[in-house]
Structures are given as structure tokens and as C-alpha cells.
Write a protein that binds this ligand. Structure first.
Ligand code: GDP
Ligand code: MG
Length: 162
């Protein structure tokens, strides 16, 4: 089964997307020490495509290490544990230096990535979506994880990457 990992800076909507893709009741909280620490994984399903999905929650919850160390750790976890990385950005806020950091780490690793612009309900995210092209990760997929919009486009991108 293809494994997707969700990465991105705090508050962009990673967990909302995770829950949207799996349904909260299927989440597995994996609190083993070491490499698998601080990640939630579950079996996802989107329009007939079945997959494993990982929400790397460690960045927000870990109290040890600098923010940069934790971001690097989270990105590494995702790249090692998954076939495809979903990098989530907040289209309302626009692209931040931390988003650029994640994009740089992912580009360096050569991991297969889908760029996801979240919080795109309404028109308010349009400029953020346009800006996200500058990350150099290809065409962004505009979604609203909270409102369930754009999931067909996300499904198509995931199917293509799988
Ligand atoms: P995480 O820190 O990346 O896991 O982000 P969360 O999933 O915890 O979401 C952070 C905040 O963004 C919460 O208040 C969510 O309700 C909100 N949020 C998530 N997705 C959307 C969305 O599609 N649109 C809007 N407007 N808010 C969202
Ligand atoms: Mg979260």
C-alpha cells in the first residue's frame, strides 16, 4: 500500500487534513520511542484510492531541540517513512520562511511531493496559491480540509503520485 506523509509548519491544517482523509475513529496513535515517535497513522480512503497516511505531529508536540532541529526531524521522518510527502501550506497566510525551509529540505531529499494549499474555501486563498508556485515544487493543489473542498483534485494528484 502506498504511504503518504503530511508535513508542514504548525497550524496549516495538517491534522484536519489527516482526519478528513481517514476519519478520526481509525487513527492509530503510535507513541513508541525512536523513529516512530509522535506520529499518527491510519488507513485512508479517497474516492476508491486506499492508502496509508501519516500525520507527523512531532513538530508541534516535542519540547526538546530547536525549532529547526524539530523541522528537520519531522521532514526526515516523513521522507523515510513514506512514498509520497504532502507538504501543506496555508493559502490565507501565504508562503513563510518556514514553508520555504520545508520545501528546501524536501527538494534536497528528492522525495516525491505534492504541494497542498489549504484553507482555500471562498476566494481568499487565491493569492497564496499563486505565491506557492515559488516553492518550486510544481503545481499546488488548492483544498479546504475543514470544508471538504478540492478533494477530487487532491485525489487525482495522489493517484498520479501513487
Ligand atoms: P496543524 O497544526 O497543521 O495540524 O493544523 P490543524 O489541523 O490543527 O489546524 C489548525 C487550525 O486551522 C485549526 O483552527 C483548524 O480548524 C484550522 N483549519 C484547518 N483547515 C482549515 C481550512 O480548510 N480552512 C480554514 N479556514 N481553517 C482551517
Ligand atoms: Mg497537527
Amino acid at each position: 500500500m502506498v504511504t503518504f506523509a503530511i508535513v508542514g509548519r504548525p497550524n496549516v491544517g495538517k491534522s484536519t487534513l489527516f482526519n478528513r482523509l481517514i476519519g478520526r475513529q481509525h487513527a492509530i496513535v503510535d507513541d513508541q520511542p525512536g523513529v516512530t515517535r509522535d506520529r499518527r497513522e491510519g488507513d485512508g480512503r479517497l474516492a476508491g484510492l486506499r492508502f496509508r497516511i501519516i500525520d507527523t505531529a512531532g513538530l508541534e508536540e516535542a519540547s526538546d531541540g530547536s525549532l529547526e532541529d524539530r523541522m528537520r526531524y519531522q521532514t526526515e521522518l516523513a521522507i523515510v517513512g513514506a512514498d509520497v510527502t504532502l507538504l501543506v501550506v496555508d493559502a490565507r497566510v501565504g508562503i513563510t520562511p518556514v514553508d520555504k525551509f520545508f520545501a528546501g529540505e524536501i527538494r534536497k531529499s528528492g522525495a516525491h511531493v505534492i504541494l497542498v494549499c489549504n484553507k482555500c474555501e471562498g476566494k481568499i486563498g487565491a493569492s497564496g496559491v499563486a505565491e506557492s508556485w515559488t516553492l518550486g515544487l510544481g503545481e499546488p493543489v488548492a483544498i479546504s480540509a475543514a470544508h471538504g473542498e478540492g478533494l477530487v483534485d487532491l485525489h487525482d494528484a495522489m493517484l498520479e503520485a501513487a
